[in-house]
Design a protein around this ligand. Structure first.
Ligand SMILES: [Zn+2]
Length: 373
């Protein structure tokens, strides 16, 4: 019979000697205590708790021990690692609290210090008024349509039933980018109104068509108190079966009331435009005096010059020749259109007296409009 295996004494394994484990533990505790900040503590943790640290290596030695020796060695190493873990957590909490306290002091803002005022600025009132008008029509189911500002002469004039010798085509009214080359060629102009978007909208869509077209337009005017070579229009177009002037009047009255106040009325005065038949000028009741200034010299009204009415723009039923040019059957469909200038509306809505204020970019003009809600 062979002699029994000699019992394995963990003390004989250098790394598992009690004093060696205590020394490793104390080294770790000292390193944590010495760590001055969280970075140093992270390094100390890697050195004393990482996979290659002496205590981790000692822990791995236990596996090679005979069963009877494992328990004691395991307990010794486990206790040492537990103590190291606890010390690490405590030091970590201490250093984090120190850091938080320091950040609070370093990043404190003195809200009582005086500061430079930065004005919030404001969007241009032409933009906000345009959007407000669009909103009125979008709420009625209209679609916002846009078109190019550099436009074919055909869209700007021919398709809208302007005769070739119509005075509006003359150089003194229209900016020509390119003249008409041949008899059947179209010239290129800066659009003089938003009406070409009507034609484009009809060509793009199958009826019924309900569009509102805001945009910049150009005329060869000098900039003065009441004229500007670049201004804004909003154009309205509805094409459907059975539309009449009554629908036009009702639609515009709704817009006037949404923008200027309940109960206001409108009136139509006969006029002529090539692209509508019949055509009319549309006036709205003065929203300031509601007609009370008429014949009443004691209560004059600046907004309507005591006339009781404010001219809004031109309108009418779409001329069947325009419908045909846009490929729509005038026997089946009818439509109405209305166009007006935004600058003019801004002038009488907000008592702006000089059109130049709108284009000169002075923030003292635009800023008060930023308060509009
Ligand atoms: Zn008035």
């Amino acid at each position: 019979m062979s002699a029994p295996n000699k019992s394995y004494d963990p003390v004989e394994v250098e790394a598992l000697k009690p004093e060696e484990i205590e020394r490793r533990r104390d080294e770790a505790l000292a390193a944590f205590a010495a760590a001055a900040d969280l970075d140093a503590l992270r390094e100390a943790k890697a050195a004393h708790m990482g996979d290659r640290s002496p205590l981790a290596l000692a822990n791995r030695e236990i596996g090679a021990l005979p069963p009877q020796a494992k328990a004691e060695a395991g307990k010794r190493v486990g206790m040492a690692r537990g103590a190291v873990n606890k010390a690490l957590a405590a030091r970590q909490a201490e250093l984090e609290a120190e850091r938080d306290a320091r950040v609070l002091v370093e990043e404190a803002v003195d809200v009582t210090l005086p500061h430079d005022r930065i004005p919030a600025g404001a969007r241009h009132p032409l933009t906000t008024l345009c959007e407000r008008i669009e909103d009125v029509f979008v709420a009625m189911g209209y679609e916002v349509a846009e078109g190019p500002e550099v436009e074919a002469e055909w869209f700007n004039f021919d398709a809208l039933n302007f005769e070739p010798d119509h005075p509006a085509r003359a150089m003194q009214d229209t900016f020509f980018v390119e003249g008409r080359q041949g008899k059947d060629e179209s010239g290129i102009v800066l659009r003089t109104h938003t009406s070409p978007v009507q034609v484009r909208s009809m060509l793009d869509r199958e009826p019924p068509v309900y569009v509102v077209c805001p945009g910049r337009v150009y005329r060869t005017d000098e900039l003065d108190a009441t004229h500007t070579p670049v201004f804004h229009q909003v154009e309205l177009l509805a094409i459907d079966e059975g539309l009449t002037m009554a629908d036009l009047k009702g639609t515009i009255e709704h817009m006037v009331r949404s923008l200027f106040g309940e109960g206001l009325t409108t009136r139509l005065r006969p006029n002529y435009f090539p692209f509508t038949e019949p055509s009319a000028e549309l006036d709205m009741e003065c929203y300031v005096c509601r007609g009370e200034s008429v014949g009443n010299p004691e209560r004059p009204c600046r907004t309507c010059s005591s006339e009781g009415w404010i001219e809004l723009g031109g309108c009418g039923m779409v001329n069947p020749r325009v419908l045909i040019a846009a490929g729509i059957d005038p026997e089946k469909y009818s439509g109405f259109a209305f166009g007006f200038g935004i600058e003019r509306m801004l002038m009488f809505r907000h008592n702006v007296e000089d059109m130049r204020d709108m284009v000169e970019g002075d923030v003292r003009f635009t800023r008060p409009f930023g308060m509009e809600i």
